[in-house]
Design a protein. Structure first.
Length: 364
């Protein structure tokens, strides 16, 4: 247990409302770890994409198949952006419901547009589209569809999805705070509508995907409302072990589910994503709080650059995939992908942070 939490727990016993004091302290500890947790999750996205080649992610097939590399990619993919969305909901509750950080809807939307949609359009048209075209050619119509109407625009889909979640959360904020059960039903309905919309290719501006991620955003919202108590209830090793076991089961049975059992596969994956997102958030909060990893210079350095790394990384990975396919064993290939991609994107981030217009275009 974090030493600070232990001290406050001891002091809380001497006060008139020790339970309230303890919950407040847990909330403060969790809040301080959110930025560091987001750094880890963004890095997890990059690692996932470095190994996703062996899960059918690229147009070319791997010269050397690797179930291990596929397992790594799919396991990371089962929680990374989901946990990031949970943290976004957690911070939204803190900033809006506790601190009243956004005085009105217009200012709120303006800030989120700058942070999320500016990079979607600018980086999409100036970086993602030109470099992606070198490996995956597309027509002008497809360019407009993906990077103007934001129909699943490569790695930038995440930004559009998060913008949709923020907009929905703004209008649902008072309802979400006061009606937990109805909120759960609403989130399940949103998830179902999102699945149907994606099936019929209606995911313009990532609205359908935003609906699918609303349950994760609202989970973070409710965790903060509950004083973060749930984040400290379970030991990190237990959470990690259960998540890996559940994912391994899904990894084994996925692809064997047909007919009516396909619905069970969808439901199991959804619950796994929820559990994985909660578990990873809880694990990171507890470990960062206990070991103070966030005070390490490397985390302080990365915290200002992970957004830029995320915006640029996927197209760099394309180069390494093409260059190394079949030349080295899969696991080594994935590791080289990650190291090379981090070196190049961090170097590019130094340029971006030094040029005002580039900072603006990347939402910094």
């Amino acid at each position: 247990m974090d030493k600070r939490l232990f001290i406050v727990m001891k002091e809380a016993v001497m006060k008139s409302n020790p339970l309230s004091e303890l919950k407040d302290m847990k909330g403060e500890i969790a809040l301080k770890q959110c930025n560091d947790a987001k750094v880890v999750l963004m890095l997890a996205v990059v690692v996932c994409h470095c190994f996703a080649f062996w899960g059918g992610w690229f147009t070319n097939n791997p010269a050397i198949p690797s179930p291990a590399a596929r397992f790594i990619a799919e396991w990371l993919g089962s929680f990374h952006v989901f946990a990031f969305t949970v943290i976004s909901g957690y911070l939204f509750y803190y900033l809006q419901m506790e601190k009243h950080h956004y005085p009105g809807f217009i200012r709120f939307i303006h800030k989120k547009f700058h942070r999320l949609l500016n990079p979607s359009f600018a980086v999409g048209l100036l970086w993602v589209a030109p470099l992606t075209y070198l490996f995956i050619p597309f027509t002008f119509k497809e360019l407009v569809k993906k990077y103007i109407f934001l129909y699943q625009p490569s790695q930038l889909w995440f930004l559009g999805m998060l913008f949709v979640c923020f907009v929905l959360a703004w209008f649902l904020r008072n309802f979400a705070r006061n009606h937990t059960f109805l909120l759960g039903l609403l989130c399940l309905a949103a998830y179902g509508i999102g699945i149907v919309g994606n099936h019929y290719r209606l995911d313009y501006f990532m609205i359908c995907t935003g609906l699918m991620f609303l349950p994760f955003f609202e989970l973070g919202f409710k965790l903060r409302q509950a004083h973060s108590d749930w984040l400290f209830r379970f030991h990190p090793v237990v959470l990690l072990s259960v998540d890996i076991i559940l994912f391994t089961l899904l990894f084994i049975i996925h692809g064997h589910m047909v007919g009516i059992y396909k619905a069970g596969d969808f439901a199991f994956r959804f619950l796994l994503n929820l559990f994985g997102a909660f578990s990873v958030f809880s694990i990171l909060v507890q470990w960062f709080g206990r070991y103070q990893w966030g005070q390490m210079p490397i985390f302080k350095y990365l915290s200002h650059r992970t957004m830029i790394v995320y915006l640029l990384h996927q197209q760099v990975i394309y180069f390494f995939i093409t260059w190394l396919n079949g030349a080295v064993p899969p696991i080594e290939h994935g590791v080289i992908n990650f190291i090379g991609t981090m070196i190049i994107t961090l170097a590019l981030s130094e340029v971006v942070l030094r040029v005002k217009v580039l900072r603006y275009l990347t939402g910094n």
